[in-house]
Design a protein around this ligand. Structure first.
Ligand code: NI
Length: 154
């Protein structure tokens, strides 16, 4: 967001040992203050895939590891990816070793549909690991509250 967002302050009661542990942990991660660390935690919780409703428009990745010797797996995966070509906007393939491949699919679309894609990948024989990660949620416009100012209005 280009414009400066309005900030609000709030008080939180928390056990001393817990906040000390938290402070050490965020210092190790490189945070210089609690506020930024907490803001990041809040943002992360809001895009937690498991809590999001399926009708949300999101972007993210499906990461999978599979055995490319598994019979028909490569062609099944290819078939699926063509079926979801509107949702998969980019892919990266890495040959991990003699047997295993790692693939990253960058996905964008309706979450319910992406969950189905992930499910369909996960159940394929020879897929060792598959995870859907949501990293962006498209905020829907909510009437006047978020109406945009005229572009050249300033
Ligand atoms: Ni490979």
């Amino acid at each position: 967001m280009a414009e400066k967002e309005e900030l609000t302050r709030f008080g939180v009661s928390i056990p001393v040992p817990l906040i000390e542990q938290f402070d050490r942990s965020i210092a190790e991660q490189g945070y210089t203050n609690r506020s930024e660390a907490i803001r990041d935690l809040v943002r992360k919780s809001l895009i937690d895939d498991a809590k999001l409703q399926g009708d949300k428009q999101v972007a993210g990745t499906v990461v999978l590891v599979y055995d490319h010797h598994a019979s028909e797996l490569s062609s099944s995966l290819m078939e699926l990816q063509h079926q979801y070509h509107h949702d998969i906007i980019s892919t990266m393939h890495v040959h991990l070793n003699h047997d295993q491949c790692l693939e990253i699919l960058v996905v964008r679309g309706q979450l319910a549909r992406l969950r189905t894609l992930h499910q369909q990948i996960q159940v394929l024989k020879g897929v060792l690991y598959a995870e859907l990660s949501v990293t962006y949620v498209v905020e829907e416009a909510t009437g006047n509250q978020h109406s945009h100012p005229p572009v050249n209005g300033k």
